[in-house]
Design a protein around this ligand. Structure first.
Ligand code: NAD
Ligand code: DAU
Length: 351
């Protein structure tokens, strides 16, 4: 079996659904269920005998050690994190606690457990740390996309905490021969993403004819990766990646935020026609402090070594995503009630 951390979140839940559809090994999902964790993301596999959920914190060392001793996973796929840049600006402490200390705790518990298993079991085990392109910092317009050997220049408390966790994982591999791999991926989008992030936020606001907040001039660039492509990349790295290596996972889809939002407006107008075009709802608001201008990834290593390339085109992936939100009003309603409302006040009231 494999142990997934943070599997009730956006990418983790898509990964578990994808894994159970394509692989035979069972999945144990350890998730603290923060505001971002939603067991409703996994109702499709609740009754699958190969899926088990454990409500817990990666910072609970005794619990992690107990799970390792009981289940002897052949891999850990580590998604658990605080993931939203704006939240890290409002409150960085939780990001250090989960992303840095939590990853350290997981590494220590796993290292201790690996010391007790046979050489054969240890040689099969993999620790896959899921990280971000944000660690490479903001690229200039004329910079080539970041390769795996680009320097780390994080700009937000979120990206700094992810960078710190990457350094720890790499150091464990060098120092303790800890069998880890790191992936750094670009902006994911797709079903089940919490509507604090750009694409689901704009989709739901557009559907409800609400203002569409654009930070700054809207010309910041992100590389968009369909979450299904990310999941297939992670399976490839787990199966065939080289221990100690880092693999960039990119979507070959650099867009300005304005391009993304205008494309979304067109799709929503087409699927749910309204009296006025959604593009009239664009609202330029105060910029994010330290807002990185451009992220871009060179995923050539993954293509050359493991034969992986993204399959989804941005326009078709975006269409699938909008359709998913339209087809799942109950999921939306449950997520939009509660803590999410408080977040909207915190982030947008003074903008
Ligand atoms: P998310 O915020 O949707 O989900 C995070 C999950 O982790 C939630 O289920 C939450 O309950 C859980 N969690 C948080 N703290 C925990 C703790 N202490 N113990 C156990 N579980 C805990 O995040 P996501 O967007 O799915 O991102 C997953 C991973 O991928 C993160 O590590 C993130 O840094 C990385 N990443 C995300 C993106 C993206 O575009 N979303 C891009 C690059 C990298
Ligand atoms: O690049 C990978 C990263 O992508 C991940 O590591 C993070 O976990 C993930 O949250 C994401 O970070 P971003 O900051 O790029 O994503 P977000 O959806 O928050 O914002 C995307 C862009 O849109 C960014 O330039 C800020 C802008 N934006 C965002 C929001 C929420 C707006 O203009 N308006 C908004 O309301």
């Amino acid at each position: 079996m494999i142990l997934v951390t943070g599997g009730a979140g956006f990418i983790g839940s898509n990964f578990i659904l994808d894994w159970l559809a394509n692989e035979t090994a069972p999945v144990l999902n350890l998730d603290k269920l923060t505001y971002a964790g939603n067991p409703g993301n996994l109702t499709a596999v609740e009754k699958d005998a190969r899926y088990r959920f454990v409500h817990g914190d990666i910072n609970d060392r005794a619990l992690v050690e107990q799970l390792l001793r009981e289940h002897h996973p052949s891999a850990i796929v580590h998604f658990a994190a605080e993931s939203h840049v704006d939240r890290s600006i409002h409150g960085p402490g939780e990001f250090v606690q989960t992303n840095v200390v939590g990853t350290f705790n997981l590494l220590e518990a796993t290292r201790a457990w690996l010391g007790t298993v046979s050489a054969e079991e240890k040689s099969r085990f993999r620790f896959l740390h899921v990280s971000t392109d944000e660690v490479y910092g903001s690229l200039s317009a004329d910079s080539p996309p970041a390769t795996e050997i680009f320097p780390y220049v994080p700009s937000s408390p979120y990206s700094a905490s992810k960078a710190a966790s990457d350094h720890l994982v790499r150091a464990y591999c060098c120092t303790y021969q800890f069998p880890s791999l790191i992936t750094n991926c670009s902006n994911n989008y797709g079903p089940r993403q919490f509507p604090e992030k750009l694409i689901p936020l704009i989709t739901l606001n557009a559907l409800n004819m609400k203002a569409l907040p654009i930070y700054g001039d809207g010309l910041n660039i992100r590389d968009w990766l369909y979450v299904g492509d990310h999941c297939s990349a992670l399976r490839a790295v787990l199966a065939r990646g080289r221990i100690g290596e880092t693999y960039n996972v990119g979507g070959n889809s650099e867009k300005t935020n304005l391009e993304v939002v205008k494309t979304l407006c067109n799709i929503v107008d087409e699927l749910r026609p309204a009296a006025s075009p959604r593009a009239s709802l664009l609202n330029f608001v105060k910029d994010r402090p330290g807002h990185d201008r451009r992220y871009a990834l060179d995923a050539g290593k993954l293509a050359r070594e493991l034969g992986w390339e993204p399959q989804e085109k941005f326009e078709s992936g975006l269409r699938k995503t909008v359709s998913w939100y339209l087809d799942n009003p109950q999921w939306v309603e449950e997520v939009v009630s509660g803590g999410y409302r408080n977040w909207l006040d915190t982030n947008y009231a003074a903008r």
